[in-house]
Design a protein around this ligand. Structure first.
Ligand code: DGL
Length: 283
């Protein structure tokens, strides 16, 4: 049965989107925290990476993804992309009539809660780091913090390529993270949803003295906090489903999800970029 046809608000899915495959890290946690919910994941794989693009372009892409998910009847939107959260969250919230949850605010809260000392590192895409949203948010809550923010533009393509254990990835990690280690950073925020895939190499490069912070669990908790106990929460009396969409080569998402996270993704539907904002007409 179509979820909207059931007439129960709780049956509507939660929409989750990212520029590519990184947002699957968030989907995994949302599924674990909210096992009864229906989920729709959209990866804009045709246009990844978002990181080096301008705020205007990213806002347009994020709005197009949101419009597509709204047409699928989502009741809540998770922007599982730090770059889009940094650039487009305010516009999405001002425009959409459903709750919109980004990953940065939860990431900041998680960083402050996890901080051991006062040397906090933040890594993310060029867009996220240059927006300074993390730096400002952490400084507001921890005025004494010494914040070291570094853009790691090569990490996203390495992750999308599946080069988790490749020697080149270790070299790139040393280039980006060596200065943070030398500066004595004790808490490192993974400010991009692709980076948890590189957790092992990042941990090895930083050493055991650094705590890594990934916002995915906190985001899932926030989604739960919005839905729990409201009419929007799934009743739990039907079998939940997850649908996957990609704007390019659908097979890659299934392979990647399986290989990296052991996820079972039976089907990924391709949706063309120009159909995101404007549905195909049949005439
Ligand atoms: N996973 C995304 C993020 O959290 C986007 C990476 C990109 O497309 O550059 O920022």
């Amino acid at each position: 049965m179509d979820d909207r046809a059931s007439g129960r608000a709780g049956d509507a899915p939660i929409g989750i989107f990212d520029s590519g495959l990184g947002g699957l890290t968030v989907l995994k946690e949302v599924r674990a925290r909210l096992p009864a919910e229906n989920l729709i994941y959209l990866g804009d794989t045709a246009r990844v990476p978002y990181g080096p693009k301008s705020p205007r372009t990213i806002t347009r892409f994020a709005m197009e993804a949101a419009l597509f998910l709204l047409r699928q009847g989502v009741k809540l939107l998770v922007v599982a992309c730090n770059t889009s959260s940094a650039m487009a969250l305010d516009t999405l919230r001002a425009t959409l009539r459903i709750p919109v949850i980004g990953v940065i605010e939860p990431g900041i809260r998680a960083a402050v809660a996890a901080a051991r000392g006062e040397k906090i590192g933040v890594i993310g895409t060029l867009g996220t780091i240059s927006s300074e949203v993390y730096q400002r948010g952490i400084a507001e809550r921890m005025p004494a913090a010494e914040i070291h923010a570094v853009a790691c533009p090569l990490f996203v393509p390495l992750v999308e390529e599946g080069w988790r254990e490749h020697p080149v990835t270790a070299m790139v990690a040393e280039e980006y993270l060596g200065p943070l280690r030398k500066a004595g950073v004790d808490t490192l925020v993974l400010g991009c949803t692709h980076y948890p895939v590189l957790e092992d190499v990042i941990r090895e490069t930083m050493g055991s003295g650094t705590r890594l912070v990934d916002s995915a669990q906190v985001v899932a908790e926030e989604v739960g906090g919005v839905l729990d106990g409201t009419v929007l929460a799934a009743a739990g009396d039907t079998v939940p489903w997850t649908r996957f969409y990609a704007t390019d080569v659908p097979g890659r998402m299934a392979n990647w999800g399986e290989r990296i996270w052991g996820m079972h993704i039976p089907e990924v539907t391709r949706v063309e970029v120009d159909e995101l904002a404007t549905p195909k007409t049949t005439s």
